[in-house]
Design a binder for this molecule. Structure first.
Ligand SMILES: *Cc1c(COP(=O)(O)O)cnc(C)c1O
Length: 228
């Protein structure tokens, strides 16, 4: 299968699933291009796929100058605060914010530049320690602490389900994140939007969409297996 075929199949399945999802909302596709060459990214952009997810700062920095102008990168991996400076103004959305230290560092730089940096709060919905993210029960506190940093704009939540075959466990964790998003909306925080609920990867994006995701991050199903 070609990249084009893979993309078309994924887009069709997203659309089919959306028709019976909780919200019926349109779903944004982020093609996760980590460990894949920029040529493939540029090729996909010709088919209208313009949003790409990466998990390493260095890889983003290397790829941007070689990428077509209309391509947008999302940071979806663990971010160290000393590397914020390389990407805060180059990516369209930082999806992996789970520490106040990161928020402070981004805010400091964004304020100096007089810009706003869009972020998602990453919530740990799998209870797997290594996945990162704020604990679900701590998220409201974390969000409220972020509100002091005016140049960081909270746009929603991101979560990664457990790596398990147990579909009920996956579905429950997505449902919990959706409920948290609704709870945050109902609290009407000033300058907080819940535009994006980023959940679902190659193995579980249909369940995620059914449970109200409007942003899926899909790597393997578009690019094939990553070579490490
Ligand atoms: C790698 C990665 C993905 C994509 O995973 P696939 O299973 O290849 O679709 C999605 N989200 C995050 C945070 C990732 O690190």
């Amino acid at each position: 299968m070609s990249l084009k075929d893979n993309l078309e199949e994924v887009l069709e399945e997203i659309e089919e699933t959306r028709l019976h999802s909780l919200t019926g909302e349109k779903v944004n596709l982020i093609a996760v291009s980590k460990n894949h060459p920029v040529e493939k990214i540029n090729e996909l952009s010709q088919y209208g796929c313009l949003n790409f997810g990466e998990n390493k700062v260095q890889e983003i920095v290397d790829k941007i100058p070689l990428s077509k102008n209309n391509i947008k990168y999302h940071m979806i991996g663990n971010l160290q605060s000393n590397k914020v400076k390389y990407i805060y103004d180059k990516v369209v959305l930082i999806q992996s914010i789970d520490r106040l230290k990161l928020v402070k560092e981004i805010n400091k730089r964004a304020k100096k530049d007089d810009i706003f940096v869009d972020i998602l709060i990453q919530v740990n919905i799998s209870k797997e320690e290594q996945k990162g993210g704020v604990n679900i029960e701590d998220t409201l506190d974390f969000l409220e602490n972020c509100l002091d940093y005016k140049n960081v704009a909270i746009k929603g939540l991101m979560g990664i389900a457990a790596n398990t075959k147990n579909q009920n466990e996956i579905r429950t964790s997505f449902r919990n994140l959706f409920k948290l998003k609704e709870d945050i909306i109902n609290r009407n925080y000033e300058n907080v939007s819940m535009d994006y609920l980023s959940m679902g990867m190659s193995g579980d994006y249909k369940i995620a969409i059914e449970e109200g995701s409007n942003m899926v991050r899909i790597g393997t199903k578009i690019f094939g297996k990553r070579e490490y």
